[in-house]
Design a protein around this ligand. Structure first.
Ligand SMILES: C[S@@+](CC[C@H](N)C(=O)[O-])C[C@H]1O[C@@H](n2cnc3c(N)ncnc32)[C@H](O)[C@@H]1O
Ligand code: SF4
Length: 450
């Protein structure tokens, strides 16, 4: 890959799980009646058409991995489980009270933190409570994130009985030195056993999270980790760039900058990883996600029917995503809302009968047009540049696209912009051309694109 392209585009840039991106929303909360009205209308327009997606944030982890940039609370005491589940169910009831018909759940994802911090029995109470007043879509996709070290067979069995067919295991890297530095124990045997158990039980799609650019990580550790991972044949692999944000995540200061690979070394880790994933049959579908060709995600990619939301790539195309739990984000197509982040405040607010909303953002018509454009680029690899669309952009944006075309990242034909294979590496940068907030301020608080 051309060195100068990497030098030019390896800059802080958003991952585009939303547009406008979360840092641009501000801290305001719109009038609650207006929010409720918008929720009702969007729900009503979409529920029977496509169903809705649910994300439940389960924030607890038993121990802290120092590299982690997720919203989590470290907790040894499992007594916290009941109160949190009660709060989530109460929050869900508030949504049910707003809806005039039963929600049709197409997608349900438990994220964290570590959802399997909670006992299987408590997860059963949570999921049955959510599904009690809902309809499960015939093509539903239920998934959860699982730390291999704290996930047992009962978790897998109970969730499978409740309709879960996908599981994502956090692997990161198998190297002992890396694991020691990031305070995370995760041996291959444990991962192998839990993966095999998931298959036996009937999970049809398994994802592994890997990270490149971690402290003390070497080419040999990426090679070894991918060699081991490939033996277990997960259908999907997320190969994330380590996001180093020590100004936000203080524990990332427990290792020094010297422990981290420099830019060139990090790029080499990425390229080695990508080459090995490819050699093992994994196809790059974009924005850190790889998939085997027999997986639904790859088929959707080929047929240009991928969708993307806060949960990453998926095939569901729901326009409503309801986020439950502390810090969760909801996407009501023309409005984003984020819940209170602090777990105890979240619980108290919900227990008092209020919404736990902390801030909201209502999209302008222009935001909405750009949101759709970014979705087309990141999910379908192409975008129709209509006259209306072109008028919204200044010459600078169009010139940037032409420059990207001359660099081989894009192809223009009949007013259609097509992302080339080389362009897939710089997908975040291509999306950023349309992002007016980004082009104006060029914020440095995002992680780098590679
Ligand atoms: C909520 S965790 C996954 C579930 C479980 N807590 C675990 O660790 O196995 C979500 C994923 O985010 C990714 N992640 C966390 N911090 C990251 C960072 N600083 N940079 C890149 N990826 C990160 C990791 O790959 C991790 O598996
Ligand atoms: S990586 Fe997973 S287990 Fe580790 S602290 Fe983050 S959310 Fe918790």
């Amino acid at each position: 890959m051309k060195e100068e392209l990497i030098r030019k585009y390896n800059v802080p840039v958003p991952r585009y799980t939303s547009y406008p991106t979360a840092p641009c929303w501000g801290d305001d909360l719109d009038d609650i009646n207006r929010i409720e009205q918008r929720i009702q209308t969007t729900f009503q327009e979409n529920n029977t058409k496509n169903g809705v997606s649910l994300y439940v944030h389960l924030p607890y982890c038993e121990s802290l991995c120092t590299f982690c940039a997720c919203t989590r609370v470290i907790m040894k005491n499992h007594n916290v489980e009941d109160r949190y589940i009660d709060a989530v169910l109460k929050e869900w009831q508030k949504y049910l009270n707003l809806f005039q018909e039963k929600p049709i759940i197409r997608e349900l994802h438990l994220g964290g933190g570590t959802p399997t911090f909670f006992s299987a029995e408590n997860l059963k109470r949570l999921i049955s409570g959510i599904l009690k007043e809902a309809v499960v879509h015939s093509a539903h996709e239920f998934s959860f994130e699982a730390h291999p070290g704290v996930t047992n067979r009962t978790h897998l069995e109970v969730l499978h009985e409740l309709g879960f067919n996908r599981v994502s295991f956090g692997i990161q890297d198998f190297d002992e030195k890396v694991q020691e530095t990031i305070n995370r124990k995760n041996d291959f045997q444990t991962v192998k056993e839990i993966t095999e158990a998931a298959r036996e039980i009937g999970y049809t799609s398994i994802n592994f999270d890997l990270v490149y650019g971690l402290p003390k990580q070497q080419l040999s550790s990426v090679e070894d980790s991918i060699r081991k991972v490939a033996k277990l044949r997960p259908e999907r692999i997320a190969f994330y760039s380590y996001a180093h944000v020590p100004w936000k995540m203080k524990m990332q200061r427990t290792f020094t900058e010297e422990d981290l690979p420099n830019n060139a070394a990090k790029r080499a880790l990425y390229e080695k990883g990508k080459e090995l994933l490819k050699a093992n049959g994994y196809f790059d579908i974009g924005l850190d996600h790889f998939s085997l060709k027999n997986d639904e995600l790859f088929k959707a990619y080929e047929e240009r029917r991928l969708h993307r939301n806060f949960m990453g790539y998926n095939t569901s195309h729901t326009q409503v995503l309801i986020g439950l739990g502390a810090s969760s984000i909801s996407d009501f197509d023309t409005m984003y809302i984020q819940n209170e982040k602090h777990v105890k405040n979240y619980e108290k607010t919900v227990e008092s009968g209020d919404w736990a909303y902390q801030r909201s953002y209502i999209l302008t018509d222009e935001d909405f047009l750009i949101k759709r454009a970014i979705l087309d680029i990141s999910c379908k690899r192409n975008l129709q540049l209509t006259e209306e669309f072109k008028q919204k952009f200044n010459d600078g944006a169009l010139m940037q696209l032409e420059e990207m075309e001359s660099e081989g990242l894009l192809d223009f034909q009949d007013n259609t912009l097509q992302v080339t294979d080389l362009g897939m590496v710089f997908l975040r940068n291509i999306c950023s051309v349309f992002d007016k907030n980004y082009t104006k301020n060029k914020p440095t608080t995002f992680s780098k694109s590679i």
